[in-house]
Design a protein around this ligand. Structure first.
Ligand code: HEM
Length: 423
C-alpha cells in the first residue's frame, strides 16, 4: 500500500464505529451529594471544584456517581497516583468520561494513540512523538510564540477592558499547534470548536456526539490530503512518514494522533495561561512581585500548574475489582483528578496556598505514570512566554468584573471568560 492509498477512504472510516461502542443513559440535574452523586458537568463544579475536592478528601476520599454509567473520583494524591500507575486494572481506552464508552475491541490502540493506548502498544506509539517534543525541539517555536503574544497585546491598544482568556490565552496554543501540525493559521477558530465538541457535551445524544466528531475527522482528512500533495516538514508530515513494526501507520492512527495533539495541545495550555492570569489579576502582591522579579516567573509557573492544574483524565475499569475498599465494576469510569491530587495537604505543605516562590514542587499537573504529558516542555514554554509578554507589557491589571468570570465544566478546567481592566 502506498502512502496515498491509505487516505482514499472517507472520513467515517477514520474513526471508531460508534455502533461498536456503548452509550449509557443520560442523567442530568443538580447534584444531591458530592460523595455519592458527583457530576463534573455543572456550574457548581465549574465555580467550586477546589472546595468540592477538599471536602471529599476529608470525608470520603473516593467519591462515586451513577451518572455516566458509573464513575469514581479519588481525591487523595496517593489514590490518584496508584490508579495512574496501575495499567493492569485500569485501561486508557476511554479517557473522556461521559455517556459513550469506546468499544473494547479498540484496545490496546484506542482512538487517539498514545493517550488512548494500553501497554504494550502504548510505549511504541508514544516513542514516535517524543523527538518532536524535546526541550530543544520546542525551543524552535519560542521566538514566533513571543512575537505572536506581542501582536495580541498590540491588538489591545485603546481598550480599558480585555478578556484575558478569550482575547489572549486562547490564541497562544491555537497558533502554536497550527504551526506545529502545519495547518492554516486562519483555521484557529475551527480547532477551538472541535476541541469544545470533544471535551464538553459529554452527555449529548449519541447521534450528535458522533456527528460532531465526524466534523473533526473530515477536517483532518483535508489537512492530510494537502500534506500528501504538498509534503512538508511538520508534525503531520512526520506522522505520515512514520513507521511502526516496519510499516507506515494505519490511517486511523495518523488521524487519531493528530486529533489528540489538537485537543491535548489547546484547551490545556489555554486553561493554564488563563488561570495564571486570573490569579495575578486577583492577587496584586504576587503580580507586583513577578513584574519586579522576572527571575521568579519559572517557579511561579510551576506553582500555577500545581494550584490550578487544568487536566483530569479518565480510565475505564477493566474487570470488577475491590479497590482500596470500594467495589468498582467493569466499565466504570475513574476520573484521575491530578488537580485534586495537587491540593492534597498530605503531599504538599500549605497545599491550599499559592506560593509563587515554592521551591520543592513535585506536582502532578502533567500526569503520573506511563501517560505523563508528552507536551510538557512545549506547554511550559508557551506558559512562560505568554506570562512574560503579558507582565512586561501589561504590568497593571485587575478583574474588571469578578462576577463575569466563567470557568469551564468537564475535565479540562480553566477560565473561559476573564474580563480584566488593564492600565
Ligand atoms: C499546561 C498544559 C498541559 C497540561 C496540564 C497537560 C496535562 C497532561 C496530562 C495530565 C496527561 C496525562 C494523561 C493521562 O494520564 O491519561 C497528558 C498527556 C499528554 N499530553 Fe499533555 N498537557 C498539557 C499540554 C500539552 C501539549 C501542549 C501537548 C502537545 C501538543 C500535549 C500532549 C500530550 C500527549 C500526546 C499526551 C499523551 C501521552 C501518553 O499517553 O503517553 N499536552 N497531558
Amino acid at each position: 500500500m502506498t502512502v496515498d492509498d491509505r487516505f482514499t477512504a472517507d472520513a467515517g472510516a477514520l474513526r471508531a464505529d460508534p455502533a461498536l461502542g456503548t452509550f449509557s443513559e443520560v442523567v442530568t440535574g443538580p447534584v444531591s451529594d458530592w460523595a455519592t452523586d458527583f457530576s463534573h458537568t455543572g456550574e457548581e463544579w465549574a465555580q467550586g471544584a477546589i472546595g468540592i475536592w477538599d471536602d471529599l478528601r476529608q470525608r470520603c476520599p473516593i467519591a462515586h456517581t451513577e451518572r455516566f454509567g458509573g464513575a469514581w473520583l479519588p481525591t487523595r494524591y496517593e489514590d490518584v497516583a496508584a490508579v495512574a500507575h496501575d495499567t493492569e486494572h485500569f485501561s486508557s481506552r476511554g479517557i473522556i468520561a461521559g455517556n459513550f464508552r469506546p468499544p473494547r475491541s479498540l484496545a490496546p490502540v484506542g482512538g487517539t494513540p498514545p493517550i488512548s493506548s494500553d501497554p504494550p502498544f502504548h510505549h511504541d506509539a508514544r516513542k514516535l512523538l517524543l523527538p518532536a517534543f524535546t526541550r530543544t525541539a520546542v525551543s524552535r517555536y519560542e521566538e514566533s510564540t513571543r512575537a505572536f503574544c506581542h501582536a495580541l497585546v498590540d491588538g489591545f491598544a485603546g481598550r480599558d477592558v480585555v478578556d484575558a482568556a478569550a482575547d489572549y490565552a486562547q490564541h497562544v496554543p491555537v497558533r502554536v499547534m497550527a504551526d506545529m501540525l502545519g495547518f492554516p493559521p486562519e483555521d484557529g477558530h475551527r480547532f477551538r470548536h472541535f476541541v469544545e465538541n470533544a471535551l464538553e457535551g459529554i452527555d449529548l445524544p449519541p447521534e450528535e456526539r458522533m456527528a460532531r466528531s465526524s466534523h473533526l475527522f473530515e477536517y483532518l482528512l483535508v489537512q492530510i490530503r494537502d500534506h500528501l500533495e504538498h509534503p512538508r516538514d511538520d508534525l503531520t508530515g512526520h506522522l505520515l512518514e512514520a513507521e511502526l513494526y516496519g510499516r507506515r501507520l494505519e490511517p486511523a492512527h495518523v488521524a487519531g494522533t493528530m486529533a489528540l495533539l489538537l485537543i491535548a495541545g489547546i484547551d490545556t495550555t489555554w486553561s493554564a495561561i488563563g488561570a495564571s492570569l486570573w490569579h495575578l489579576a486577583g492577587h496584586p502582591e504576587d503580580r507586583r512581585r513577578l513584574v519586579a522579579e522576572p527571575g521568579l516567573r519559572t517557579t511561579a509557573v510551576e506553582e500555577f500548574l500545581r494550584a490550578y492544574a487544568p487536566v483530569t483524565m479518565a480510565r475505564l475499569v477493566k474487570e470488577d475489582v475491590t479497590w482500596r475498599g470500594v467495589d468498582m465494576r467493569a466499565e466504570d469510569w475513574v476520573l484521575l483528578s491530578f488537580p485534586a491530587a495537587n491540593r492534597d495537604p498530605a503531599q504538599f505543605e500549605r497545599a491550599d496556598e499559592v506560593l509563587v516562590d515554592r521551591q520543592v514542587n513535585r506536582h502532578a499537573a502533567f500526569g503520573l505514570g506511563i501517560h505523563r504529558c508528552v507536551g510538557s516542555h512545549l506547554a511550559r514554554m508557551e506558559l512562560r512566554v505568554a506570562l512574560d509578554v503579558w507582565l512586561d507589557r501589561v504590568p497593571e491589571f485587575t478583574l474588571a468584573d469578578p462576577g463575569a468570570v466563567r470557568w469551564s465544566t468537564g475535565q479540562i478546567r480553566g477560565p473561559r471568560a476573564l474580563p480584566v481592566r488593564i492600565g
